[in-house]
Design a protein around this ligand. Structure first.
Ligand code: NAG
Ligand code: NAG
Ligand code: NAG
Ligand code: NAG
Ligand code: NAG
Ligand code: NAG
Ligand code: NAG
Length: 452
């Protein structure tokens, strides 16, 4: 529903540009939240490539990468579930997009993306697929979303690398991508988060909780996650393996805090272990202190200086989703979280007053109106901060979710081995070396041929 100004503007047809449109939002009314969310998510579909001739299903216009699509589909699943679950057209768009990107082995390592996909990218798609699992989103025939989430978890977990830094996932999956020699908090946070959600969803603690514990302990041991002298918890960005992760990059990102706080909340819910509740609270507190000003959410490390890149401008969508899930799973935290989400959602809605449609969302939610910034990241962040206000309880097998599981998904490669020649992971690391050698030989061969 558009604001009154738009109504006046369209009826009177005078000095329209002088009026400020915006998305109307009443935070106490679910219908109003859904109406606002519809406008904002329709804005996301404007960037979708899947409808365009020659466009790829499941992908969004450049400069958005594959991983941004993973962020988008998680938000779409929630929007569909909370607001428009009878809409078969929307269901099909979401289903087609998510399923098309599953990759040849149904583990979200599509060969098309081998030049861009890192562990964090696979993990963010994993978060979208978990959203589908926990929201009972229509399962494909070939593989349930749960089986695909398990495959994502297993393939990520198999890349755990003890050769440097005493453990941890590298940022990148493939040796040829820059960032392969970096271990970072978000990649490991995604593994932690997937482990926690799968533990709670399946109820099979022994399959997943040990991994979550291993990641958390490693994050502490390597000082990626520390307690500052003022008692605040701090999560760093990452470090280079050449230095054995001794020199830690001090940058904080909202989505990293998000995946850890909600991961802890899932673990607390399934195990009942108070340690996880305490840890979740520590991350919540640290996040509320750093990523909000006057209760308005901001990507503090880059936004005030106007330096957020396209990726960073989208982080708040995952952060918002995780804040919502956390307060749903641990209702005692709601008093701490909800007021900040509400103020931020209001700020976001009034920022959605730009562009030629008058409802394009901006980046700075504390600015009065639109700040002239726009993009998929801005739309997704605004969508998810609104949806977090009406977050629903995630299903689990115990509460009626489907139980079509495969705890070994992604580890049994015999039937899929030949379908994806570029798949390089964990135990196949030696294979990556061989492949690099072959590429080098071809290049050298080409060079020699040119000399002759
Ligand atoms: C289904 O959702 C899409 C996306 O929001 C919208 O364009 C379409 O009009 C909806 N269809 C119905 C029948 O509501
Ligand atoms: C891979 O790329 C081709 C060519 O652009 C495209 O047709 C196909 O849909 C892509 N597949 C995926 C899973 O993105
Ligand atoms: C690298 O760091 C790990 C974890 O802190 C430590 O166990 C290991 O001894 C270190 N290796 C070297 C060569 O310093
Ligand atoms: C739990 O997961 C393990 C694999 O870690 C599997 O072998 C076992 O069958 C699972 N248990 C149940 C009850 O599904
Ligand atoms: C976990 O969540 C369920 C509902 O999904 C709730 O009934 C239960 O009390 C929660 N457990 C804990 C330890 O909070
Ligand atoms: C889910 O299925 C497995 C076997 O595949 C079974 O062991 C487990 O008890 C089931 N879980 C529930 C909660 O029904
Ligand atoms: C999940 O979806 C199926 C198929 O639409 C439906 O039969 C089932 O009742 C749903 N389960 C829950 C818990 O909503």
């Amino acid at each position: 529903m558009l604001g009154l100004s738009k109504l006046i503007c369209t009826t009177v047809l005078l000095t329209c540009t002088a009026f400020v449109y915006s998305v109307e939002l009443n935070i106490d009314d679910k219908d109003s939240i859904c109406a606002a969310a519809k406008i904002v998510s329709d804005g996301m579909w404007n960037y979708y490539e899947g409808f365009k001739p020659g466009g790829t299903v499941g992908m969004f216009a450049s400069p958005n990468y594959w991983w941004n699509a993973g962020e988008a589909f998680g938000g779409f699943v929630d929007y569909f579930t909370y607001c428009d679950s009878d809409n078969k057209t929307l269901e099909k768009w979401i289903y087609d997009g998510m399923y098309h990107q599953a990759g040849e082995n149904y583990n979200y390592i599509p060969s098309n993306q081998s030049l861009t996909e890192g562990n964090d990218d696979q993990g963010v798609w994993g978060m979208a697929i978990m959203e589908a699992v926990e929201r009972n989103f229509t399962d494909p025939q070939s593989h349930s979303w749960l089986e695909m989430a398990q495959a994502i978890f297993n393939t990520m977990n198999a890349r755990w690398d003890t050769a440097h830094c005493g453990g941890g996932l590298r940022w990148q999956i493939f040796t040829w991508n820059s960032g392969y020699n970096y271990k970072n908090a978000i990649s490991n946070g995604c593994l932690f988060h997937m482990a926690a959600r799968l533990a709670r969803y399946t109820g099979n603690e022994s399959a997943y909780v040990p991994t979550a514990e291993r990641v958390w302990d490693w994050m502490e041991s390597i000082n990626f996650l520390t307690e500052e002298t003022n008692g605040n918890l701090r999560i760093y960005d990452g470090a280079e393996v050449e230095e054995n992760c001794t020199s830690v990059t001090d940058l904080r990102w909202s989505y990293t805090y998000g995946v850890f706080m909600s991961g802890c909340a899932y673990l607390y819910n399934v195990t009942g272990d108070e340690t996880w509740k305490t840890r979740s609270y520590e991350v919540v507190e640290a996040a509320i202190n750093y990523f909000f000003e006057n209760k308005i959410m901001l990507e503090k490390t880059c936004q005030p200086s106007g330096n957020c890149n396209n990726d960073q401008r989208s982080f708040r969508c995952l952060f918002s989703r995780c804040l919502g899930l956390t307060m749903k799973l641990i209702p005692e935290f709601e008093n701490e979280i909800r007021p900040s989400l509400e103020a931020s959602a209001k700020g976001a809605a009034q920022s959605c007053s730009g562009g030629s449609d008058g409802v394009t969302c901006g980046e700075d939610w504390s600015a009065n109106g639109w700040d002239n910034k726009y993009g998929l990241g801005e739309q997704m962040s605004a969508l998810e901060v609104m949806l977090a206000l009406i977050v629903e309880e995630p299903l689990s097998v115990k509460t009626g979710g489907t139980n079509r599981s495969n705890f070994a998904a992604g580890t049994d490669t015999e039937d899929t081995e030949n379908k994806n020649k570029l798949k390089i992971q964990g135990k196949d690391r030696a294979g990556a070396g061989v492949l690099t050698a072959i590429v080098l030989l071809i290049l050298l061969g080409g060079g020699i041929w040119m000399i002759f």
